[in-house]
Design a protein around this ligand. Structure first.
Ligand code: DHB
Length: 311
């Protein structure tokens, strides 16, 4: 009932983790593989191991989260190696790798290496990390995004999608969609955290995370309306062969339902996975299934993208 297809790969359940949430270590990836998630996606990786930003760098509030992790990760080789082990143990569950090199050349080098690992179902190229001091989010710089995608598709022919930041202006949606429609992308994931928010503790009069003077990416309930708008508008503007994967503020079956109604082909879970652990997948899947049963839907395509607006 909840199955879907991403980049030619069948997912038994249209829910999986957002990159960054519980997917950095081999043991995290094992827990995701063992869970009810329909796929596994790794932490964004770089060429070499990174420690990331100083702690505290992640903080939860009652209705969301703020993070400035700084891409702590084990280096791409570990995630390629884990793909082999994953494939032996869980052959039907697609394993996706998120890539976030520090430059075009670093991304090209990682992709050239990952090209050789058949067990990687697809790459999610991250063009939207907000947490590197001095490094702008690539996908807010349209000429840089074009240079990146030109270079990537010159060397990489296997299934690839990109993770976008949230956009807020309709002109920007149109401009970036026109660029993206030129490339053989399999999917876009909308959205990354809303960059450079600030959560503070008024009692101690202090920011809750340390890096960048307390600024960090915002996730959770705060971002669901922005995420839904991005899913909706990109599913209208992109070529139909580019699937939109929804991400942002999903903590229940109805949230996932809303993302699909706006056009999502699959839905990722970040903050809620951090809060609840991998049990969130089975719970949200059950809730989504119940909503579908009540409405008489048997497949997500029965309502995908069919949001009604008021005339
Ligand atoms: C990090 C945060 C992101 O939002 C992202 O897309 C990649 C990395 C991080 O700080 O580690």
């Amino acid at each position: 009932m909840l199955q879907t297809i991403i980049a030619g790969h069948h997912l038994p359940v249209c829910l999986y983790n957002a990159s960054g949430a519980m997917c950095t270590t081999k043991s995290d990836l094992g827990l995701l593989a063992d869970s009810h998630a329909g796929a596994v996606l790794t932490k964004s990786c770089t060429l070499a191991y990174r420690n990331g930003n100083p702690k505290p760098r992640y903080h939860e509030t009652a209705i969301g989260s703020i993070n400035s992790m700084g891409i702590p990760n084990l280096g791409y080789e570990v995630y390629a190696q884990t793909a082999l082990e994953h494939h032996q143990k869980y052959p039907p569950k697609p394993y996706f790798v998120s890539v976030s090199g520090m430059s075009i050349n670093e991304n090209l080098e990682i992709l050239a290496k990952l090209n050789q690992t058949e067990q990687i179902a697809a790459i999610e190229l991250n063009l939207s990390c907000p947490n590197l001091p001095g490094k702008p989010q690539v996908a807010y710089d349209f000429p840089q995004t074009e240079r990146m995608l030109d270079a990537v598709f010159d060397v990489y022919q296997k299934p690839l999608g990109i993770k976008l930041p949230p956009y807020f202006d309709l002109v920007h949606f149109e401009q970036i969609a026109t660029i993206l429609n030129q490339y053989p992308l399999h999917f876009v994931t909308c959205v990354n955290s809303i960059g450079n928010g600030l959560v503070i503790d008024w009692q101690t009069e202090t920011s809750v995370i340390k890096p960048k003077g307390g600024l960090g990416g915002i996730g959770g309930d705060y971002i669901k309306p922005t995420a839904l708008a991005n899913v909706r508008v990109f599913s209208q503007l992109l070529r139909p062969s580019i699937a939109v994967i929804g991400c942002g503020g999903v903590k229940s079956g109805s949230d996932a339902f809303e993302h699909i109604l706006c056009g999502a082909t699959a839905v990722q879970i970040g903050t809620q996975l951090m809060k609840e652990g991998t049990d969130c997948f089975a719970r949200i899947a059950t809730e989504l299934q119940q909503i579908m049963q009540q409405k008489g839907y048997t497949n997500i395509n029965d309502f995908k993208g069919k949001l009604k607006t008021i005339e």
